[in-house]
Design a protein. Structure first.
Length: 94
């Protein structure tokens, strides 16, 4: 059986990577300090919201991905990262 906390932990790690990449892109975009501050608040809010949605069951990951993460499948990290990237990018657009 897949450890729920393990999947959440892995999701958190991947989301932190996505946030870091997004923040780096923002820094390089030449936004003003105010725009950077607003954008960074939004990015961190989306990360927090996604993690909370996973914990409460409001947002779910594909069962195959969760099982693959639990079994430490060879492509589980990539599949989880891709799924989270998709969800993260979509939430940022809202």
């Amino acid at each position: 059986m897949t450890s729920f906390s393990s999947v959440i932990h892995q999701a958190d790690k991947h989301l932190r990577t996505l946030v870091n990449k997004k923040m780096l892109a923002l820094k390089q975009s030449g936004l003003s300090k105010e725009e950077m501050n607003e954008s960074s608040k939004n990015i961190y809010s989306v990360k927090t919201e996604l993690l909370e949605d996973f914990k409460t069951g409001f947002q779910r990951l594909d069962k195959d991905i969760v099982e693959s993460v639990g079994k430490r499948g060879s492509d589980s990290s990539l599949r989880l990262h891709q799924a989270l990237d998709f969800l993260f990018q979509n939430k940022l657009k809202l």
